[in-house]
Design a protein around this ligand. Structure first.
Ligand code: C5P
Length: 224
């Protein structure tokens, strides 16, 4: 039978991407982290479309969107993001990108621009895609939909440890403020806000670890 299409949405730092990556390996699916695309556009904007105060000029970005050529390349089994031919997989995790990405992602033109890239990948099936609006907007007919949440404190703690491991200098309060601010903008925006699809399975992993979360997801996926 055909390989499934799986949509995983939810709040920042609930482990969507790392969990999706492991499930993709286990089930032989392609994993696409759609947040990387929004981060890629934001990285482009920070380099090319800023005003005199070095803030992103959204109008300038929208005028220049067609110059933003994002593509994923499979490097050692992992999809890495390239912007106009340059690998930007590391750069898109920089705090400056995290601080600005939700402002960019709330623009309808930006979302439309990235829609085709996301849908094309899912067309042949066999994909697990994580983001904010995959089950609601990008792939409403996905075979399986999950929505992940966890407490803000727990998410801040996880994100902080991750950044620390990556050698970024930050503190937990700053990380928490970024999470809160992104949650708010992502949930309240007009286009494709972050929300649970009616037919998505809710997973709150505040008190369960990664392996248990993966177990929960795998237990609802039928053999194919
Ligand atoms: O998943 P990640 O935290 O890397 O996503 C970064 C930002 O990209 C989110 O905070 C959100 O503003 C935006 N995003 C989105 N829709 C998606 C995936 C990400 O709006 N499907």
């Amino acid at each position: 039978t055909k390989k499934p299409v799986i949509a995983i949405d939810g709040f920042s730092s609930t482990g969507k991407s790392s969990i999706s990556k492991i499930i993709a390996k286990k089930l032989g699916l392609i994993h696409m982290d759609t947040g990387a695309l929004y981060r890629g556009v934001t990285y482009f904007a920070l380099q090319n479309c800023t005003d005199e105060n070095r803030n992103i000029d959204i109008q300038k970005l929208i005028t220049n969107l067609s110059q933003v050529k994002l593509e994923f390349q499979n490097i050692d089994g992992e999809l890495q993001l390239f912007l106009n031919g340059k690998n930007i997989n590391r750069e898109i995790r920089f705090p400056q990108v995290s601080d600005n990405v939700s402002q960019v992602a709330k623009e309808a033109d930006v979302r439309n621009y990235l829609l085709k890239t996301q849908r094309d990948i899912a067309e042949k099936g066999g994909v697990i895609m994580d983001g904010r609006d995959i089950g609601t907007v990008v792939l409403p007919n996905a075979d399986y939909k999950f929505f992940m949440t966890a407490s803000q404190d727990e998410r801040a703690r996880r994100r902080f440890l991750e950044l620390e491991l990556a050698g970024e200098k930050t503190d937990i309060e700053t990380v928490k403020q970024n999470l809160i601010s992104r949650d708010k903008i992502d949930s309240e925006r007009e286009v494709s806000p972050l929300k649970q699809a009616d037919d998505a399975i809710l997973i709150d992993n505040t008190n369960i670890n990664k392996e248990e979360t993966i177990g929960l997801i795998l237990s609802s996926i039928k053999k194919f």
